[in-house]
Every structure is written in C-alpha cells, then in structure tokens.
Design a protein around this ligand. Structure first.
Ligand SMILES: *Cc1c(COP(=O)(O)O)cnc(C)c1O
Length: 407
C-alpha cells in the first residue's frame, strides 16, 4: 500500500477540483505534494520531482532541513510568542547576528516581504518628515516587484498593476532600470527614497549594471534620498554572497529581507543604518513580528548559510549550473543564460516558457519543477544545498522538457 494512501484523491484531478474550498487567486498545477527532502518533492501519487523553484527561493537549505526542524522543535517547546511588546532571546540573537554580518545597525522583524517593504517606505516617510521637510515620494523601477499589499502594488513596476485595485496609495514614482538619467528626471523636492532590487527577480532575473548602481548610490547621497535595497529574493546567500549589494560594492541605507532568511517559514526583516532609526513608538509593529519561534529558525538558517565556506560552495555550484545552462543555450538554440549565484534564468526564443514548465512537471518517472516569470523566460532558484549530481540531473531533465515544450 502507498504510504500516502490515506489522502483521498480522485484519479483525474484538476485545479478546480483540488481547490474547491479555496478562494481562487491563481491557477495551481494539479499536484498535491506530501513530502519534501532537500531538492526533492514527492507528490500524493508517489512521483518524485526535482525542485528548482523551492517555493520561489524561500527554502534556502532545501525542503525539511534538519537545522530548521531542530530549531522549530527546540524553540516550540520553550517559548513560541510572548508578544511583540517584550524582548525575547532569539529575536535579540538574530538581530545581533544580522547587524554583525552587514553594514546596518538596527533590525525590525516582520513576516513577509511585502510587510517589511511597506515598513521601509513608512520609515523613509518618517525620516522625510523629520529631516527633509515632509518629503515622501518613493522612486521605484519599471519591472520591479515589491509585494502585493496595495502600497507595494503601487511601488511595483508591473504594467497595469496601478489600475487593478484603483485607487492606489499615492507617492510612488517610476524610473527606468539601469537608466540613471531617468532617476534624475523622477526626482522632485518631494522625493525621499529610491527603492531597488539589485537583481529584479520577478521581472526575469534582470541584473542591475554595476556602473548604474554606483551612480545611483552617489545620486541618492547627493540628493539626500534613502537608498532602499529590496533583497527579499537576493539576500541570505542566494547570489553567492550574504547580500547581493556586496556584489556591487555599495552600502544601501535600508535593506529588506524575507524569502530565504526563513528557510521556508514566514520571517522577514527590515535593516537600517542608525541615522534612519527614526520611528516613533507605535509607528510600526505586528502581532507576529520578532516571535521567538521564527527568529530561532532564522538564526539557524543565517548561521548555516552566511559562512565563508558555505557561500564559496554556493558560488561553485552556481558556476557549475551556469556552465550547464550555457551548453543548453548552445545546443537548443536559446537566446541567453544569465543570473547571479543560484538565481538564474534562461531566455527562450519564443513564448513557450509555460509549456516548458508544464512539460517539465509531466516528465516521467521523475518530474522537474521550474518557473516561468515571463512567457519567454525560465527561472531557476534551487536550494543553496543542491549537489553537483542533482544539478546534472536537473540539466538532463531540462533538456527533455525543452524538447517537449518547445516542439
Ligand atoms: C517575493 C518578493 C517580495 C514579496 O514578498 P512576500 O513575502 O511574498 O510578501 C518582495 N520583493 C521581492 C524582490 C520579492 O521577490
């Protein structure tokens, strides 16, 4: 008998059937996952899938890593949530670790990327009230993704997103990515901050140019704008360094983290330098912010990932993956391969990304999980712990999926 036979599923399952009790927000692949270990997921039929998505880059150490399980078990037996109005030791320890690892002096914890990005905007507006005569506008970029709250949808640069839930919160201006003149044009006396993903993830792994980032840092300093780096997707080892801004040799004023820092659990952080430690008591908070259960997990993840030899291994695996992807670009007539660390993309010659994703999922006996953030793009964000053998196996499966999906 199948180990998961207790899960009753009709033989022919559709998203509509499986999601009968859920509010419809998206179309899900008709798969029910029941088990995950490292780079592998097992579905309710017992089929295994090599996972190169990892919950959109959240499972930095893969599925069900022992350090996360241990941290959860230990902390859940000790103290889960005394409430955000009190100190707790895991929160203090994680904040101290992040401050020691980074150029920042202060940390606030939340539970999602959108939440800490919104907190960053509030911090910038508070700073603008105190030091810039009420300046409040935030400049963000075409193609940017900062989350799905109303204010973050206004900060996003996804075409059309400013109309879906109108009226939108005001105070968000757009500039063009990698175009410093467009940033200069967007600045007004009311501008208070520039918010940027150094690698735009949802836009298809678009990398900021090093020259543009240096100019942006200088411009922000000159015009007294906070530089906010949204490292929700790029932070905590994803790009081969603790933080992606290290690749650019600049220091933002404020940084946000989520996704990878929790190793799969909901944990996010807002980090800032001391001059921007300007919230008044009560300005910012959240029932779950800094709870010791999630903080203990975050500490275990950060202690594991942000070690020199672990990060060197991420860079070595990333180089191996990049070489394999370049060979695929050559052999399958694709347009390009690009990325930073283990956040990589393949550019396809046609809009067949969704078909390739579906073909990869349907491969048998082993499926492959990929993501197509744009119709002509495939994104790969494997566990930082993926092995060379698993990368090689993934590349073989990817070749099969490209043959089936692009046919
Ligand atoms: C995923 C993501 C967010 C939103 O994070 P949530 O936890 O889904 O709210 C924000 N910014 C970037 C760059 C992201 O990749």
């Amino acid at each position: 008998m199948n180990a998961h036979a207790s899960i009753p599923l009709a033989p022919a399952r559709s998203d509509a059937e499986l999601g009968r009790d859920l509010i419809t927000v998206t179309t899900r692949a008709p798969i029910v996952f029941v088990d995950g270990q490292g780079s592998w997921l097992t579905d309710a039929d017992g089929k295994r899938h090599l996972d190169l998505v990892q919950g959109w880059a959240v499972n930095s150490l893969g599925h069900s890593p022992a350090v996360v399980a241990q941290a959860l078990a230990r902390q859940s037996q000790r103290l889960v949530n005394p409430g955000p109005a009190f100190h707790n030791q895991p929160m203090r320890d994680l904040a101290a670790r992040l401050v020691a690892l980074s150029c920042f002096d202060r940390v606030w914890f939340g539970s999602s990327g959108a939440e800490v990005n919104e907190a960053a905007v509030k911090l910038a507006r508070r700073w603008g009230q105190r030091h810039r005569g009420g300046a409040h506008e935030v400049i963000s970029f075409d193609g940017a993704f900062h989350g799905r709250t109303l204010a973050m949808m206004a900060a996003c640069g996804k075409p059309g997103w400013d109309r879906v839930f109108a009226p939108m919160p005001a105070g968000f201006e757009k500039a063009r990515y990698n175009d410093i003149a467009s940033v200069e044009r967007a600045i007004t006396p009311a501008s208070v901050a520039v918010m940027i993903e150094l690698v735009q993830g949802e836009a298809g792994v678009q990398l900021a140019d090093p020259g543009f980032v240096r100019e942006l840092r200088a411009l922000a300093t000159e015009r007294q704008l906070l530089l906010i780096a949204d490292e929700v997707q790029t932070g905590i080892g994803r790009c081969g360094r603790a933080f992606a801004h290290e690749l650019y040799d600049i220091e933002p004023d404020v940084m946000t983290l989520a996704k990878g820092i929790g190793g799969g659990v909901p944990l996010a952080a807002l980090l800032g330098k001391e001059p921007f430690n300007c919230f008044a008591p009560g300005d910012q908070g959240g029932t779950f912010g800094g709870n010791p259960l999630m903080a203990a997990v975050g500490l275990a993840v950060v202690e594991t990932v942000c070690q020199d030899d672990f990060l060197a291994q991420v860079r070595e695996r990333a180089a191996h993956l990049a070489r394999g992807l370049q060979a695929i670009v050559h052999d399958h007539g694709l347009v390009a391969e690009r990325g930073a660390g283990l956040l990589r993309a393949l550019v396809l010659p046609t809009d067949t990304g969704p078909q390739v994703v579906a073909a990869a999922q349907a491969l048998s006996p082993v499926g492959l999980l990929l993501n197509a953030p744009r119709p002509h793009l495939l994104r790969l964000m494997p566990a930082l712990t993926i092995t060379r053998d698993e990368i090689d196996q993934g590349l073989q499966l990817l070749r099969q999926a490209l043959r089936a999906g692009m046919a």
